[in-house]
Design a binder for this molecule. Structure first.
Ligand code: BES
Ligand code: MN
Ligand code: ZN
Length: 490
């Protein structure tokens, strides 16, 4: 999809579909009225025939509008102007693009008036309606995507800002597309070595991005627990992927993004029940969001340094697999009693977090489909956020709020730590039935004392369940909002 912003008189605009956002106030909004004037009242006349035209779920294709060069006009209801937010705008635009495509349009223009505030989200919404995952189907989709989206501004002075927002939206949308596709690929295709190859491919030909895949020997040396725990399936050995994006000054400390990359989580010896187990191919969505964010940084040439660290493995039952009761030594030297082999994410993350110390990061954010308990607590609306630094937590909450990719903070008070006590080792890898997401984060907190750290539990937000199941590309928007603010480009 191509995006652009222009300044043009709306009536002379040649487009297959002109989208007009409309509000439920008596005045309907400036753009609506402007076109109505140009069309000599035929727009409002056509609009009168449609009940609740400005309601948020309404999207109306209007014909017989005079003196307008656009082939079609779509009026999108956004409800009360004072209640408008990112999510409502995005939902309205998604409806409009779907309707435009249903009417045969492959190109559309949105009348923005003077407002540049939701352009990013409009691009993301439009890109989402284009997304199909048919890599594994023998018959490919014939649906025509929306190839071009234009934002039409009523003032020339706003075009530059609009165009910048459109480019940012596109980079985020492309990052989400990458994250979704990696997430949707099955565990027999998207293995730890597939992810490693994908990371090398991502860096190919890009001056500011470097990928390093740690060799087996290096991993054994550095990340003992990571390598030796989940090595069982020799067909798919684990990999540790490091992606370094250098867009900032050489001496600027990087932001580290650490993504859980479990390409399939059967639970190991503590095997999961069969129902819905296929969904555990999504257990690498944290890693996928790091891929998406790194790609977006490159696309935007963001002036910031970012390092992505991805520990990737499978968790399968095998004669060689670790067993409940096994005690292992993490890279940090702390010992762990594995009471449940299904709490594997924290085991590979703890070494990856220790490994991240060497980059002297300004802040570390790990992103992981870590606990089913997080879905119980927050459902599919908010990612769980836990952090050892209030300022970092606030920044991430704010990034979630303004991008519509929300997070909600949970406490990791010291009092929870005793749930991880073990008779035989420094800690256990599970903390009993209470506060599962928090005890998982408390475990990670023991490996993140040397830096500012936040943890995003995306078990509920990274994919949709049900008939239309699939990866969502979250939390790429939240991460990019955070990184763009840190890079001072928004
Ligand atoms: N990958 C799962 C978490 C998960 C479960 C994500 C369901 C999405 C949906 C993780 O590795 C896991 O199995 N966690 C266990 C932890 C428990 C054994 C303490 C869980 O949540 O049940
Ligand atoms: Mn598990
Ligand atoms: Zn898992």
């Amino acid at each position: 999809m191509q995006v652009s912003a222009t300044f043009l008189a709306l009536d002379t605009l040649k487009t297959q579909c002109l989208i007009i956002p409309t509000f439920s106030s008596s005045s309907k909004g400036d753009t609506f009225n402007h076109i109505d004037l140009k069309s000599k009242g035929t727009l409002s006349k056509a609009a009168k025939k449609i009940k609740n035209i400005a309601d948020p779920s309404t999207c109306s294709l209007l014909t017989d509008i005079n003196n307008i060069a656009a082939q079609r006009i779509l009026v999108v209801g956004l409800g009360k102007a004072s209640d408008l937010n990112t999510k409502k705008y995005a939902a309205g635009i998604a409806n409009a693009i779907k309707a435009a495509k249903a009417a045969g349009a492959t190109e559309a223009s949105i009348a923005c008036g003077e407002d540049v505030s939701f352009i990013k989200e409009a691009v993301i919404s439009a890109s989402e309606t284009n997304y199909v995952f048919d890599d594994c189907k023998s018959t490919k989709s014939t649906a025509k995507p929306l190839a071009k989206l234009r934002f039409v501004m009523s003032e020339r002075k706003n075009v530059k800002a609009a165009s910048k927002a459109a480019d940012q939206g596109l980079a985020i949308a492309n990052g989400m597309t990458l994250a979704k596709t990696l997430g949707n690929l099955p565990g027999n295709i998207c293995t730890p070595s597939y992810l490693a190859d994908a990371a090398s491919d991502l860096a190919r030909g890009k001056r500011k991005l470097k990928t390093t895949i740690l060799s087996e020997a290096q991993m054994k040396n550095l990340a003992w627990a990571l390598y030796c725990l989940y090595h069982a399936a020799l067909v798919s050995p684990p990999s540790l992927i490091v992606m370094e994006y250098k867009g900032g000054k050489a001496n600027q400390k990087p932001i580290a993004l650490v993504g859980k990359g479990l390409t399939f989580d059967a639970g190991g010896i503590s095997i999961k029940p069969g129902a819905g187990m296929d969904e555990m191919k999504y257990d690498m969505c944290g890693a996928a969001s790091v891929f998406g964010a790194m790609q977006a940084c490159v696309e935007l040439e963001l002036p910031i340094n970012v390092v992505g660290v991805i520990p990737s493995s499978e968790n399968l039952p095998d004669g060689d697999a670790n067993k409940p009761g096994d005690i292992v030594t993490s890279m940090s030297g702390q010992t762990i009693e594995i009471l449940n082999t299904d709490a594997e994410g924290r085991l590979i993350l703890c070494d990856a977090l220790t490994y991240t110390e060497r980059f002297e990061p300004a802040a570390v954010i790990d992103i992981a489909t870590l606990t089913g308990a997080c879905i119980v607590a927050l459902g599919d609306q908010a990612s769980g956020l836990m952090a050892n630094d209030d300022k970092l937590a606030d920044e991430l909450l704010e990034a979630g709020q303004s991008s519509g990719d929300r997070a909600w903070r949970l406490p990791i008070w010291d009092e929870y730590q005793s749930q991880l006590d073990s008779n035989f080792a420094d800690m256990a890898n599970i903390g009993g039935p209470k506060a599962g997401s928090i005890t998982a984060a408390c475990f990670l907190a023991r490996y993140t004392k040397k830096f500012k750290w936040a943890h995003l539990d995306i078990a509920g937000t990274a994919w949709k369940q049900g008939a239309a199941k699939g990866a969502t590309g979250r939390p790429v928007p939240l991460l990019m909002e955070f990184l763009m603010k840190r890079a001072r480009v928004i």
